[in-house]
Write a protein that binds this ligand. Structure first.
Ligand code: SAM
Ligand code: SF4
Length: 358
């Protein structure tokens, strides 16, 4: 990609030398596509465009977060270059995430260009919903196909305490704005937490059913050094048992290309998903990698190995070949899987979810 896409104020600068955390002896790839050493084809990238957020969810961030200095964050042009190179390597699905992607200044500049990338069939976003009254229609116009919106509770005071600063009514209006803008199959994401929102799982499903939304429940993951997590873990299985008292849940073989396993309620279009990194490991079919706002390529959400793309991006601002090669080489460090345990208080992965992008 050439620099004609540069925004006027953008200033690509040279950083340090290229320092991939990769053992050259382990590099494996098929030319032109991304296939890891276990034969898994990578077609899906989750791109975090900021580590910042207008919420401070207790399971995701600590109360006093230090955010990255601006020069350490990929510019929007750099995000676009990275995405374009992945698409050139056969990636067809890209999820924009964060932090909160919609608090990134000029995020729409990037999203409009991603929406126009030939070969990128499925541009999607995960958001906390707080900015959707403003952005739902432009996102739809830019070609975003689907939106996931995080929602752990329907109670305003509880919402405030989980997010530390969030306003539930804004998010509900954001969900409505997404639907009014024409987004279909909008999905709610709820992190399951014992003693915090487990009395609302039925209500959350009912909310989704009433509004023709999908909903996925996520098992809490031990990312980042956050205290007070122990004891809050609930398995998908336990939630399903809870829900079964109220709803008839029929297992479905549907696959949204992600790690969720789905159930249906007869008479409803809503899909009830469960993302179970602890209790139902989905690593064997993993088709994705994650890019942080700093340009680190994490082949696995649950491991600490990464490849740093930012130095390459900045050392070769007009030549994508080294970046492409670095991405292909990253296939050599994609591990078979994560090994999260249910010991939630000790972080098994040192970075916060807001860094990696959920
Ligand atoms: N800010 C956006 C949002 O909240 O949807 C996008 C980024 S957020 C990191 C992406 C997803 O990760 C959210 O659905 C959030 O609930 C989930 N998440 C964050 N920390 C988590 C944790 N420790 N365990 C499980 N899911 C987590
Ligand atoms: Fe922000 Fe999303 Fe993390 Fe909550 S889960 S603090 S909304 S990045």
């Amino acid at each position: 990609m050439q620099n004609e896409t540069l925004r006027p104020e953008a200033t690509p600068s040279a950083l340090s030398n290229f320092s991939p955390v990769v053992d050259p002896g382990k590099m494996h790839h098929a030319p032109g596509t991304l296939v890891d050493k276990y034969g898994r084809r990578i077609t899906y990238v989750r791109l975090s465009i900021t580590d910042r957020c207008d919420f401070r969810c207790t399971y995701c961030m600590s109360e006093e977060m230090t955010f990255l200095p601006r020069h350490e964050v990929m510019s929007l042009e750099e995000c676009l270059r990275v995405a374009s190179v992945f698409v050139g390597l056969g990636v067809s699905k890209l999820r924009i995430t964060g932090g909160e992607p919609l608090v990134r200044k000029e995020a729409m500049w990037l999203i409009e260009r991603l929406g126009a990338l030939p070969g990128l069939d499925n541009l999607v976003m995960t958001t906390n919903g707080s900015q959707l009254t403003r952005y739902a229609a432009p996102l739809k116009a830019a070609g975003v196909k689907r939106i996931n919106i995080s929602l752990d509770t329907l109670k305003a005071d509880r919402f405030k305490s989980i997010t530390r600063i969030g306003d539930l009514s804004k998010v509900i209006k954001g969900i409505e704005a997404a639907q009014a803008a024409g987004f279909k199959r909008t999905k709610l994401n709820a992190v399951m937490m014992r003693g915090i929102n487990d009395d609302e799982f039925v209500d959350l499903v009912q909310f989704a059913v009433d509004r023709e939304l999908d909903i996925s429940f996520i098992e809490e993951m031990p990312l980042g050094d956050i205290h007070g997590r122990n004891g809050t873990y609930i398995s998908s299985e336990e939630n399903r048992e809870l829900l079964a008292h109220r709803f008839e849940l029929i297992p479905s073989s549907e696959d949204s290309g992600g790690p969720a396993r789905y159930w249906r309620i007869p008479g409803s279009e809503s899909r009830i998903g469960f993302i179970s990194p602890h209790s139902h490991n989905f690593c064997d079919t993993c088709n994705r990698v994650r890019i942080t706002a700093k340009g680190e390529l994490y082949p696995c959400l649950g491991q600490n190995d990464a490849l740093h793309l930012l130095p390459t991006l900045r050392e070769f601002p007009d030549d994508d070949a080294p970046l492409r090669q670095a991405i292909m080489d990253s296939m050599g460090i994609k591990p078979f899987g994560h090994d999260f345990t249910q010991q939630m208080d000790a972080p098994q992965v040192v970075r916060f979810m807001s860094m990696t992008g959920g």
